[in-house]
Design a protein around this ligand. Structure first.
Ligand SMILES: Cc1cc2nc3c(=O)[nH]c(=O)nc-3n(C[C@H](O)[C@H](O)[C@H](O)COP(=O)(O)OP(=O)(O)OC[C@H]3O[C@@H](n4cnc5c(N)ncnc54)[C@H](O)[C@@H]3O)c2cc1C
Length: 369
């Protein structure tokens, strides 16, 4: 095999950036100005209306953008650069990539999107709203960045992730993602056999405790004023989980910089090296109010997420959501998969809109003859 395809294949094998086609990306006939989004590290925004803007360039947003860019859609990813797992040393439980540092995974993802002509721009979206639709009724959106740059888009993918809110216990924040953990699948193996404390936040913490018990035999459950029925206390006792009802006042840092233990209201220091907490999970929606996306509360005061249906479609025509912004339990693999699915559905939606626009143009042409 020779020619451009062979060169692309060779470049790919070498790990080089695959040359991007210079052909303009096609958009709906007569409705939008064609825009090419050649790989561009400068962050210069395109002038015309792009097929899709992706708000948030974590696993979900980048995988959505990858599907769109590979479908020859003009796509711009705007990313604030603050992924949820930033404090973690490695992404765990992700087949084939287990242990890859989060920043490295995203670096590779951005390169992959750019390889197909997608634009990935560092910045924060401060406003997004529906704009006047095309003459044929195709949705349009206006997106504003901090600093004043603007973009126009036919479709939006919201992949802004979520914020973890820790319980208000002094001393916890500084250990977040290291000595203070939330997820047995993300960093449970790394803290195996350590003295672990569960800082209960509600009924879900019982489940949390049983999962961490799988990882260590030295587990203390701090009830922190939450209900714990006799049956559960009996089950904990059967598994060797110690229950402490005395209120927790502080997470104490040791001389080595790690967690030394938990200070109780009676002054006692109970030694622990790791504390597991259920954080409150809040979808990141800063700057997105203008879209009017439905936001739902999670059960038990666990947080809130953007409501989305099949493949991430929201109630707002033309807007999809993927990753932790809509599915707070999704890990990196599930977030990336959701982004990919949303991107594919957005491309299909655009293909249908392009066809309708072409048909309308053809009919207009034939009536003129
Ligand atoms: C400490 C910790 C460790 C973890 N470890 C693992 C692990 O080992 N394995 C695993 O599978 N999962 C792990 N996770 C879960 C993982 O972080 C999430 O599954 C994943 O980050 C979700 O991807 P996302 O793309 O939805 O959101 P994110 O990765 O959070 O990306 C969202 C992006 O959107 C950007 N953004 C937000 N708002 C805006 C805006 N208005 N304008 C522009 N950009 C915006 C943010 O800056 C961010 O870059 C961990 C989580 C935590 C907290």
């Amino acid at each position: 095999m020779e020619g451009p395809l062979a060169e692309r294949a060779r470049a790919k094998e070498r790990g080089d950036a695959v040359p991007v086609t210079t052909a303009p990306v096609t958009t709906a006939p007569g409705t939008t100005a064609p825009v090419t989004t050649a790989a561009d590290e400068t962050g210069k925004l395109p002038d015309g209306t792009v097929d899709a803007v992706v708000i948030g360039g974590g696993a979900a947003g980048l995988n959505g953008a990858l599907m769109l860019a590979r479908s020859r859609r003009s796509v711009v990813v705007i990313d604030g650069g603050t992924p949820r797992n930033a404090p973690a040393e490695g992404v765990h439980g992700l087949l084939g990539l287990d242990g890859t540092p989060p920043a490295e995974l995203l670096r590779r993802g951005r390169a992959e999107v750019r390889r197909y002509g997608g634009l990935v721009v560092a910045g924060d979206v401060t406003a997004a709203r529906p704009a006047a639709p095309s003459a044929g009724g195709d949705p349009r959106f206006a997106v504003t960045l901090a600093g004043g740059g603007t973009l126009r888009a036919r479709r939006l993918l919201v992949a802004t992730g979520l914020r973890d809110e820790l319980p208000g216990i002094p001393g916890l924040d500084r250990h977040w993602g290291h000595g203070v953990v939330h997820c047995p699948y993300c960093h449970g193996w790394e803290v195996r056999d350590e003295p672990i404390g569960i800082l209960a936040a509600g009924p879900a913490s019982v489940h949390h405790a049983l999962l961490f018990r799988q990882l260590t035999a030295d587990l203390v459950y701090f009830t922190r004023g939450t209900e714990l029925d006799e049956g559960t206390r009996e089950r904990f006792a059967a598994r060797g989980v110690r229950v402490v009802d005395t209120p927790v006042t502080e997470a104490v840092t040791g001389e080595d910089g790690g967690i030394a233990g938990v200070r109780l209201s009676d002054g006692q220091l109970l030694p622990r090296r790791v504390l597991a907490v259920a954080t409150t999970l809040r979808a990141r929606t800063e700057g997105l109010d203008g879209l009017g996306l439905p936001v739902r509360e999670l059960p038990g005061g666990m947080g809130r997420h953007i409501a989305a249906g099949t493949a991430g479609a929201t109630e707002v025509p033309g807007v999809w959501a993927a990753g932790n912004a809509t599915d707070p339990m999704a890990q990196v693999g599930a977030s990336a998969a959701a982004g990919a699915l949303a991107g594919a559905h957005m491309n299909a939606d655009l293909a249908a809109a392009d066809t309708e626009a072409a048909l309308a143009a053809t009919r207009r042409g034939s009536t003129c003859v």
